[in-house]
Write a protein that binds this ligand. Structure first.
Ligand code: IVH
Length: 691
């Protein structure tokens, strides 16, 4: 691609950005089961990317998210690391594709109109769960394979066998020797709510929606727990050879006869009007169903016609999904209040006239930040749109035009609020708020004396990934804080069992549990203690990397910014935060008290000290193929010698460790920025490893 076409087409940049964003969203959705993008945003971005790729065919890339389905396989690698066990990976006999989709009823009408005359269309509900392929050999369920990356998935049969409606064995004269039945695994609303309630009580993170809960459940290694959670499945597609019938509907009815859970909502339609009436009907009726649905699927009924229409790389041309818009409601914004988080961020919260939304009553929703409120000019007294996307917390997405006449009370409220401004001082402690440049959020800088921040630090310290201290949930911390028994994390180790036992709702047993847990926390390794201190921007992984390089708090305390910046993932901002933390007398006192209490302030394990500091402060990009060692080994060597391995070449790159067949783009960039390229032999010499 030449320079001119790059300048001429900012769309090319957009293509790259969209690909990255969509890959990231796929990963968060399928692998982490923690979506950050709403389905609608995802679909809009995907459609935009498809349109742009069509405009720039030279940018075709088989790895683009438009060319493959999202994958949940990586999660297994994680599961394996954690438990030592994993699921069997199985190659799909027929790829597991996704469906083209639209939010537009007009597009659905067009799609139907373009089909051959007289075609029959099967309308079905689109279940919002995880797809599964059940393999039946001679009537026995032999495998249950997740979609994975569409080509291969995981055999989760032990977990699938916990679903009561899935037969392990079927009998009958017309049962083919091999067939696959595909469908959706779901966690019904009732089980989802029960599970989240339990998790809330145990202070575990909540699932954002039933789909995430089903996904988290299916990946568990403990089938007893899976059984307890109560998954369900609906089946909607039969595959195989020499199967009965000549239509999709006929096959589903055969499956129903054999005892499978096939939805009663399936209907064969013969015209656009019938299809649209089906969509209209289920748009409201679906809310009464026991499981989540997010749209309607239309499929050509005749299998011969299906074969003629064929497939694109990702989806069949003989089917399409209509997705329902996210549920939203108009309601009165009674007031805006402000919540101060653990890190001091002040979030505006909409207090609403309660409304029913996707089965729950909503009376509070996020307004994100000041810019958001200003851009929509939202004021108390307005009627606002509230929506529940994939996330737990509902959000405000817009407001109704203000009517000329309204009841007196509303008008008064509106006039009162006309001069709305974001607060200038912290609603909790009165400290003037600061707005960090480039950030939309206002923050209370009074880290040490602002109650929610003080409590937040303690909550973070005791959390599972930090010191894992049981028995100290949010409410208990609140209680002890209000009683003046807890101000900082160091106070935890001065707590007396009788003081705790004296509190309302706590007793001797809880007190003992907390004391035992505090005692056990003294064995928590240094890297987690560092994370638990709550130094701004030092997350779990960064703390690990810092603790590997600085093996005690004493060495870390005197670290220079340059040394810190030499650690992978540590930039100037984090280095500054660490230095500021140890420059503060109060923090040093807390650290001293924690040390006196017996916490691990240095590494004890076998992990080797850094071999040298030869590469300290160096930022190194690895590119190409190597003969002597693998890429991962080179990465480890860079870190062991105090260097930092980064992914892409920039002005800050110290040198490129260049193997064979280095990509032309990287080579050009390195040359343009005059960044030295060092061969693997030169590198090994540099760190004095014999070749
Ligand atoms: S048919 C080749 N029918 O939606 C077509 N899929 O976005 C196979 N889904 O991966 C899919 N309800 O997980 C089909 N009635 C239904 C469905 C359905 C939900 C899911 C399925 C698929 C995804 C596509």
């Amino acid at each position: 691609m030449d320079l001119f076409s790059q300048i001429e087409a900012p769309e090319r940049e957009e293509i790259k950005r969209l690909r990255e964003e969509l890959e990231d969203a796929n990963y968060r959705y399928y692998v982490l089961s923690q979506p950050t993008m709403t389905d609608r945003d995802f679909d809009e971005k995907m459609h935009r990317l498809q349109a742009l790729e069509a405009l720039y065919p030279d940018m075709f890339d088989p790895k683009s998210p438009t060319q493959h389905v999202g994958s949940d396989l990586a999660e297994n690698r994680k599961t394996k690391e954690k438990s030592g066990k994993t699921f069997e990976t199985v190659e799909h006999k027929y790829p597991m594709l996704s469906l083209g989709n639209t939010y537009s009823r007009e597009e659905i009408e067009d799609w139907v109109r373009k089909l051959p005359q007289g075609v029959e269309i099967v309308c079905e509900l689109k279940y919002d769960g995880l797809s599964i392929s059940l393999w039946y050999e001679h009537g026995r369920l032999t495998k249950a394979v997740t979609r994975g990356d569409g080509q291969k998935g995981d055999n989760v049969i032990a977990n699938i066998k916990t679903i009561n409606s899935i037969p392990w064995k079927i009998e009958g004269a017309d049962i083919p020797p091999f067939f696959e039945l595909r469908g959706e695994v779901l966690l019904p609303w009732a089980q989802f709510e029960r599970l989240n309630k339990e998790r809330e009580e145990q202070e575990e993170p909540l699932f954002a929606n039933p789909r995430n809960a089903a996904s988290g459940t299916l990946k568990l290694q403990d089938s007893k727990e899976v059984a307890r959670r109560g998954l369900e499945a609906y089946l909607y597609y039969m595959l195989g050879e020499d199967l009965p019938g000549k239509t999709h509907y006929g096959r589903l009815m055969a499956a129903k006869q054999w005892g499978f859970n096939i939805s009663d909502a399936i209907k064969v339609c013969h015209s656009v009007d019938e299809v649209m009436a089906y969509i209209e009907y289920w748009d409201t009726e679906r809310k009464k169903l026991p499981v989540a649905t997010d749209g309607i699927v239309l499929k050509v009924n005749d299998l011969q016609q299906q074969a003629e229409l064929g497939y694109t790389a990702k989806s069949p041309r003989w089917a399409i999904a209509y997705k329902f818009p996210a549920e939203k409601q108009l309601t009165l914004l009674k007031a805006i209040t402000y919540q101060v988080g653990r890190t001091g961020i002040v979030t505006p919260v909409a207090n609403l006239e309660p409304v029913q939304l996707s089965g729950t009553t909503v009376q509070r929703a996020t307004l994100h930040n000041e810019d958001f409120i200003r851009s929509l000019d939202i004021r108390p007294g307005d009627r606002v749109w509230v929506e529940k996307g994939g996330e737990i917390i509902p959000k405000i997405t817009g407001r109704e035009e203000r009517p000329i006449s309204r009841p007196y009370a509303d008008v008064k409220q509106l006039l009162d609020s006309a001069g709305y401004t974001f607060p200038t001082v912290c609603p909790e402690c009165g400290t003037p708020l600061v707005r960090v440049e480039g950030e939309a959020a206002w923050r209370c800088p009074n880290e040490k004396d602002c109650p929610p921040q003080m409590k937040g630090k303690i909550e973070h310290f005791v959390s599972r990934k930090a010191m894992a201290i049981d028995g100290l949930g949010e409410e208990t911390i609140d209680l002890l804080f209000e009683q003046g028994l807890l101000h900082s994390i160091a106070d935890l180790y001065d707590l007396k069992p009788e003081e705790i036992a004296r509190q309302e709702r706590l007793g001797e047993k809880s007190a003992q549990n907390i004391m035992d847990s505090l005692e056990a926390s003294k064995q928590v390794p240094w890297e987690r203690v560092l994370f638990a201190l709550g130094i701004r921007m030092v997350g779990e992984t960064t703390a690990k990397k810092i603790a590997r390089r600085f093996r005690s708090i004493d060495t870390l305390q005197w670290a220079t910014a340059e040394q810190l910046c030499g650690i992978e993932d540590v930039g100037q901002q984090i280095a500054d935060n660490i230095i500021a933390y140890f420059a503060d007398m109060d923090n040093l006192q807390i650290v001293q008290r924690l040390r006196n209490a017996g916490l691990q302030m240095e590494a004890t394990g076998e992990e080797p000290e850094n071999i040298s500091d030869i590469l300290a402060g160096k930022s190194i990009v690895i590119s190409g193929v190597f003969a002597q060692h693998s890429r991962d080994e080179y990465k480890a060597m860079i870190e062991a010698h105090g260097g930092k391995n980064t992914g892409s070449i920039s002005k800050k790159t110290s040198f490129v460790l260049a193997g064979e067949n280095m990509g032309p783009e990287k080579r050009n960039k390195a040359e343009a920025l005059s960044i030295p390229m060092i061969s693997e032999e030169e590198f090994l010499q540099m760190i004095q490893v014999p070749i």
